[in-house]
Ligand binder design. Sequence first.
Ligand code: NIG
Ligand code: FE
Length: 418
Amino acid sequence: MMDVIFYNASQVVTVASGGRARSGAEMRDIGVIEDGAVAIKDGKFTYVGPSDGIDISDADRSINAFGKTLLPGLVDSHTHLVFAGAREEEFARRIAGATYAEIAASGGGINTTVKATRAASKIELIEYALHRLDSCLGFGATTVEIKSGYGLDFENEIKMLEVINELKDLHVVEIIPTFLGAHTIPFDYKERREEYLRLVLDEMLPEVASRGLAEYCDVFVEKGAFSLDEGREIFTKARDLGLKVRVHADQITPGGGSELAADMQAASADHLDNISDEGIARMKASGTVATLLPGVSLFLGEEYPDARRLIDAGLPVSVATDVNPGSCMSENMQLMMSLAALQMRMTMEEVITASTINAAAAVDRAATHGSIEEGKQADLLMFDTPNFQRILYHYGVNHLNTVVKHGNVVMEKRYANA
Ligand code: NIG
Ligand code: FE
């Protein structure tokens, strides 16, 4: 007896990949089954195939997916969704013409959120984050990476990571914690850069590692944030302590961040608006996923990263939101997918791969997440659309109908009867 069977789906988009990221042209092969069915038992997929290949009475619950499309649960592999305060005022300044960099240089930006986050209690941070996770899930993300990076002193970076870890028990979205103590030099260490670096290296990292508070270490490698040498030192120490690596790389300037990511065997290098040819070649060799964040380009009114160049060069490309109060205030993965197609000239098939299996690979979970394959963890979405293309094409609205996380139906759209 199965736990749940979805049947008669107009399309089942399996993204079956054998448990690994897809690169280059392979990204366009997403394994669509027409009139498909999916069965789930004990948290795993047990059948994926045509509807007439399975007996729908052999389940505790069978869901008629007629006219609907099934997709693997989306993975949002890059967020900063634990924070306090908001930055509408800076938003207004940007609309009036100020740039993100100018606002940061004038003492705003990340440091504005650092002040608010330091002042907030754990309970407050949890409360804000739970709302944002509801929003992530409501648009289809069943697994979400979350970074620290708004504490930027020992006490508050640890506080943020404790919050991120506590969310695991409080929300159905699966959470992957990342330590981003090297997000920027905080305002109160402005004249004490070396001291802040020592704090990250000698105090924060050992505490994070010994308490198992993060799976990854991230560094914002950028002019005005952390240099290549500083990034290398932090990542080397993090890896020695058993943390894995992901990088904010080549966002505003081509600083060699993607080359560093490759050297450090990073799971993912993110942003990449200014990646060099050398960076592309090195990332290809190291198997590092290229995570693009089109919501940032939209929000900051900047040029979009060149996805075509990366895919055509054979890199596995992924798409994420970067939810944060400064450069992308949105949890909407469906919007990011439309932007990826419309603004980064990715094919719709590539966008599906980028937000499922490749996003899972960006958090080292391609073997268990990101595709609908027998034996894999049952994270499944049902959309109110007759095909996957409609999700991207009919943009700016939420097409999600039902969410299954780890085999459990955790969200269902319902309308009142008249
Ligand atoms: O990923 N690039 C650096 N950090 C964030 C922005 C953080 C903020 O402005 O609060 C990002 O875009
Ligand atoms: Fe980010």
